[in-house]
Design a protein around this ligand. Sequence first.
Ligand SMILES: [Zn+2]
Length: 270
Amino acid sequence: MDEQMAALADEISAAGGVTVLTGAGVSNASGVPTFRGEEGIWNNEFDPADFRMDRFERDPAGFWTDRLELHERMFGDVTGPNDAHRALARLEDLGVVDVVVTQNTDGLHAEAGTNRLIELHGNNARSVCVECGESVPTETALDDVRAGNSPPSCPVVGCTGHLKPDVVLFGERLPGGAYDSARRMAWESDVFIVVGSSLTVAPASTLPEEAAERGQLAIFDTGETEKDHLAHYLVRGDATETLPALVEAVQARLGREADARGVENVTQEG
Ligand SMILES: [Zn+2]
């Protein structure tokens, strides 16, 4: 087994708190397209300006018509959670990971079984009424748009608000509660693990800096990130392979601990 992976497995198994921050890289293997970079959809297919908060406020009907197209491109080919999502859920089950903080809005961590989850940028599967806060499945809102009713309106009788995807749009502030919780977790963690995030988008990109001051920082990515210089562990490779390898290393360690306890018990009984 990789020495670094074994060392990290030891570190997180013994740690008092472990927080994981994930970005788009975790979902690529599930068929969610890349947003940024040369191959990203913002660079080639869609104009981010069409999806800004001020566009939504100015022209909600046009926003939703464009959003339908974006939604189908983003989620049309999604195959469900992949081995990286499942590995993180497993690390929670093993009592090693305390919380997953994600920049993704695809809902795949929850689908994979992660329970303690902070979705920093919201969840695309939900839409909310801008007037009363009623939550509606986005598919329902999109069906309205498909039927020519754009913008989709709130289903609550007597409410005249329209719906907005329950995600943080460009030019919109992050929900304070989610970010504050994530920040507190980063600060309180002995180990902070970043997976598949280029760490270029503030304020999430500042979390690893704060975490590295307090504890150990591990970065899992296929390429370089903005915070590599702060990392105590740098794991290169596809997260669908590196995270299952980490699970294996943690399980090997837990197995050795169980064996050691078994030996003690035998000794005491003898
Ligand atoms: Zn409403």
